[in-house]
Design a protein around this ligand. Sequence first.
Ligand code: TYM
Length: 319
Amino acid sequence: MFNSKPVLVSGIKPTGDLHIGNYFGAMRQFVELTRTGKYQPFIFIADYHALNTMQDAEEMRRRTRELVMAYLAIGLDPKEVVFFKQSDVPAHTELCWIFDTITTMPYLMRAHAYKDAEVKNKEITIGTFNYPMLMAADILLYDAAIVPVGQDQKQHIEYARDTAEKFNRIYKTDILKLPEPYIMPGVAVVPGIDGQKMSKSYGNVIPLFASHDELAKCVMNIVTDSSGDRPENVYQIHRLVRSEAELAPLYEEHRGKYKILKELLIEDLDRYLAPMRAQYEELQKDPGIVDDILAKGKNTARAISEIKMEQVRTTIGVA
Ligand code: TYM
């Protein structure tokens, strides 16, 4: 499967229940990019990064499986993508340690995530402080050319570039390749059923794999605002699943009839999400699929990362 295509690397933490905000905001673009055929993609579940905020073994196992199934259900093709768990490939933490030895504390103190936590007076673990170095290892192990991420992760890619440069300078080598960030063109923030940003912490989500009945319940609870021409919260969700050209006459015809517009939204959402939901349900019947895919991904990712680690060990003089 390996060819000379540029390598794409990205990770996703198995935290949080998936909702349509995650899907339209990030997951969909992510899968589309891996399907362009332009790259050799490596996508992994960043479970060691997630450990910083999730310390419940059952939850970690469950969410990891759910995330793998969700990505398969929305179209990630494990034949084209090396899809694996970060914790299955020891080279990630090994290279992270080597980077720690060339990285200073003041440099890591400039990370946005660290500064945010400090301002909020949160207790900061070494894992959180060191987050950018594990991420640098994730990326540099595979010679990533591009790293597709949301805007919030841009600084982390810069850390990976700086670290590669520093390592290459100290050891007078060029074995670490500098990656480029690829900021996924964000869909405007997907609103929740109360009009604020859709977020699990606000309790305003529409789950990605909701049944028709659950969808109906969520949509009927959308807060309608009667100040303008159309119920904006309903419309902003509707335009994700149906073109604005198609929606204009419908909203004109049913002006002020919020119940009818909500019923139309339920049907359109259901039609859009049903194939992915069916796929997700199908995958749940055969949990072995997740194990097989992760086992295959683990073998490939281990083999590839080991080549880089051998070069690194020789370069630093431990081998
Ligand atoms: P995580 O799991 O928090 O987020 C996964 C990806 O989704 C993007 N994202 C968004 N993009 C657009 N709009 C949003 N509302 C939105 N919410 C999340 C994130 O930017 C991210 O790209 N640190 C990474 C995980 C990671 C990683 C890596 C990524 C670990 N190692 C190496 C790339 C390369 C993270 O926070 O993921």
